[in-house]
Design a protein around this ligand. Structure first.
Ligand SMILES: Nc1nc2c(ncn2[C@@H]2O[C@H](COP(=O)(O)OP(=O)(O)OP(=O)(O)O)[C@@H](O)[C@H]2O)c(=O)[nH]1
Length: 210
């Protein structure tokens, strides 16, 4: 039997060059890759983290930001439990493209997907073009579940980003499991179940965010 409680798929999207691959490699391998080349299509890495006392496996999909790969990367949205939309705090065009990415997420991802906005490269303080306040306002106005500024170079908030994703998804999943268990025990106690009970209560244990 596999040694983990849940497996979650996390998909990183955003313009080319914002640092998606570096964030993933910093988190999964602890390195900031020198001379990182552009991602071709999609790549993935796995890391197991602990949430409470449970082992949670994160399958992290790193997508290519380049326009020519867009149709490939779109097919990864549907099965994502969480989508991390990344921009570069020192690159205004990467922030200006966020509405375009959001509309992709709305079109292709599940309605209940966890959405996180990340402003990367905060180590480039002198070159910053997007103040933190503007990023936070954008995330609030567009119903992101949370917002973080990170640096894959100096590791600021990199672990925190993925740990928060794992924690939030685990808690959501446990709550769904609990509702499912109480639905099952209500059903066995009453012997029958009405159509309204089903509509109100049924939650599959494996569909917390699917
Ligand atoms: N200063 C700084 N540079 C970074 C950071 N993260 C990534 N970079 C640099 O930004 C460039 C692009 O990084 P990638 O991780 O390849 O970006 P990407 O978003 O995966 O790009 P695509 O694969 O083309 O979509 C590289 O030169 C990295 O060294 C960071 O936190 N700080």
């Amino acid at each position: 039997m596999e040694d983990y409680k849940y497996l979650f798929k996390v998909v990183l999207v955003g313009n080319a060059g914002v640092g998606k691959t570096c964030l993933v490699r910093k988190f999964t391998q602890g390195i900031f890759p020198p001379g990182q080349s552009a991602t071709i299509g999609v790549d993935f890495m796995i890391k197991t983290v602990n949430v409470d006392d449970d082992k949670i496996k994160l399958q992290i999909w790193d997508t290519a930001g380049q326009e020519r790969f867009r149709s490939i990367t779109q097919s990864y949205y549907r099965s994502a439990h969480a989508i991390v939309l990344v921009y570069d705090v020192a690159c205004q065009p990467s922030f200006d493209c966020l509405p375009e990415w959001l509309s992709e997420i709305e079109t292709y991802a599940n309605r209940r997907v966890l959405k996180i906005l990340v402003g990367n490269k905060v180590d480039k303080d002198d070159e910053r073009e997007i103040p933190e306040r503007i990023g936070r306002e954008f995330s609030e106005m567009n119903s992101f579940d949370y917002f973080l500024e990170t640096s894959a170079l100096d590791a600021t908030n990199v672990d925190a980003l993925f740990e928060q994703v794992a924690t939030r998804l685990t808690h959501d999943m446990k709550a769904a499991d609990q509702r499912y268990s109480s639905y099952k025990s209500d059903r066995s106690a009453s012997g029958t179940v009405t159509l309204t009970d089903r509509v109100n209560n049924i939650i599959s244990p494996c569909c917390g965010r699917n």
